[in-house]
Design a protein around this ligand. Sequence first.
Ligand code: XMP
Length: 319
Amino acid sequence: DWTMGAYREEMIAKIREQVGDNHVICGLSGGVDSSVTAILLHEAIGEQLTCVFVDHGLLRLNEAEQVVKMFRDNYNIKLIHADESDLFLGELEGVSDPETKRKIIGKLFIDVFQKYANEIKDAKFLAQGTLYPDVIESVSFSGGPSVTIKSHHNVGGLPEKMGLKLVEPLRALFKDEVRALGHELGLPASFIGRHPFPGPGLAIRCPGEITREKLAILQKADAVYIDQIRKHGLYDEIWQAFAAILPMRTVGVMGDGRTYDFALALRAVTSVDGMTADYYPFSHDFLGETSTRIINEVKGINRVFYDCTSKPPGTIELE
Ligand code: XMP
């Protein structure tokens, strides 16, 4: 794409001019915006960039490994993998109130990011993937405060507190332009086209108490569900699809035995901006096949529901 090629060169020149020979910290979430920001900065200033990826233990199956691999191995970007899952899951133990969960995650996220950022000596700048829509209106999700670095910085003044200046190379872009730029920078199409994933991660797809056992079951079930959607060629028709593990066990039969396992909810919606959404009308065949696969392949699930609630009145996430 000629336009994006030119934009890329222009951005690189601007970043070099702004940053000089100073060091930059970039928070990576694994999402498209922060990834494109990091790659652009890396092209501009190479070794002067260090990325911090806060892993709260609430990511999808193998997601942390994939993010680390992509940035370290494929792009050769300096990356700190802050594996703080013990800290997050420890603080969340026994907590079932949705807002309390979000507050705990949001606060820890900032603390952890700050701790790792402080270890990067002589950093003068903080890079973030602010987009044009974030600039014109401070987006706040109906589900509660976001825990992305981005929105926290916007509301919390963290860069000032840390004595860092902001670098925001995507400030003039809309989401589709960021995707085009990501493509230009060599990000795989499968990565660019990924469904949105919320900052609090699987915490808000595990209503009630979060346990390692439930998280492990949820990760596996979600992976089977997404695999089904991809195999049926439906992924790009859907705005967001995911599984949620319900805070209940129900009775089932399997082979000669009785089971007493968790129930799973499958969610899939179409939407333009996430503000309103319609549930996706899967065929009964698809739902039946997916339910059978999940129950056969994922130990700990013996019942599968499909959530046919649109937004409003439902939210997209379960909490
Ligand atoms: P709801 O559940 O409010 O979600 O209908 C609307 C969209 O926002 C995402 N979402 C979040 N994203 N931090 C985020 O970064 C959050 O705390 C958060 N809560 C919801 C959700 O995945 C959907 O795309």
